[in-house]
Design a protein around this ligand. Sequence first.
Ligand code: SF4
Length: 460
Amino acid sequence: MLLRHTNKEIKPRESLTVNPAKTCQPIGAMYASLGIHNCLPHSHGSQGCCAYHRSALTRHFREPVMAATSSFTEGSSVFGGQSNLIQAIDTIFTTYEPDVIAVHTTCLSETIGDDVNQIAIKAVKDGKVPKGKYVIHTSTPSYVGSHVTGFSNMTKAMATAFSKSTGVSNGKFNIIPGYVEPSDMTEIKRVVKEMGIKPILFPDTSNVLNGPQTGKYKMYPDGGVTIEELTSAGDSIGTIALGNTASADAARALDTRCKVPCQVLDLPIGLAATDRFINTLRTVAGVNVPASIDLERGQLLDIITDMQAYLYHKKVALAGDPDQLIPLVEFLISIDMMPVHIVTGTPGKDFVKRIEALTADLPYKVNVKAGGGADMYLLHQWIKNEPVDLLISNTYGKYIARDEDIPFMRYGFPIVDRVGHSYFPSVCYKGGMRLLEKILDLLLDRIDRDSLEETFELVM
Ligand code: SF4
């Protein structure tokens, strides 16, 4: 038993977190920055954070993850990191030649109160930012929110740093895809284009963190939203933000700045949430849903029908990020599975309210918690008190799955013990089919493993 110290008896905890279901803001900001073409993320703080965040992203995506750091020393921690950042900007533009440096902060620079905006202005005045190059920045204090908050803050920064309203429509829609895999971004773009709509998707890590092996290292891969696209986002017809926690702030900031009307939707995970996404695209753009999308929806529905007997009333425990968990729980309920324990380390009352609303009509009480104390330890305690048939979480759930002998579906961020997940989507109808296939494989593998010789079936 790896987690033999997990106690079945749940006692109130105020200060102690054990095995958190989140990580800190800068990693999300770094991930978002990588979704800009020719951009180098920059971590303003001591270099340990930057090394950890790069390695966490590399372990998840199995790709090189580039980022620079201000490398604070004790001196800069006392007297401020201005000279570190200005030196860094100079060195980065000279040596690594990005078009954009996207600066986020760490808890160190936030605690000492560095004014990154003022430092960035000084860097321009001092001639450290070459013509046609940019420094954008956001505050990402790690003691507020989670990695999703950091992603949201950097996405908002990229929305407001470049966008301009010329008064002439570009005929496009901005899509803010949220904190999802690069493959999900590809899938969202494909579906939007299939609907006959031209998207500006930002951030866009497709072909950056799931790129091809060509035999040549490219520091700035081909993918990512371009500066021209971000500038033009101010002339778009509208913005659709997917995921309230990760994307809403950027969409609203763009609306305030350039009067681009926005709608905030759930991530299109599962049948109903994808239906809402498609329907919104249809109505805002005034287009018809093409037969190809109808076909994909029908295929997902067919798979749900075929699988119904195996999925019915299977109990599920989930841990992850709020934007993923809300539509995922809705999806599980719609296919008659039973989400019973749900935690997200990302704080926010809205999450608990949404889950309570989604599960209000169920004939059982769902355990749900967000923020402080909503960790993997609590999830494990809940599972000990009421066992489940399936656990869905990032890699860290594998300890619980092993100890309690539960089928385990890796989902979310980070997944550091399996390879290839960033190449296959979980969103929209096709992603829904993949999720169902993964779930059913796990449940049937368990039946195969546990069945006696005389009940071991060929056809299931
Ligand atoms: S919590 Fe603070 S010190 Fe730790 S990695 Fe995050 S930013 Fe760095």
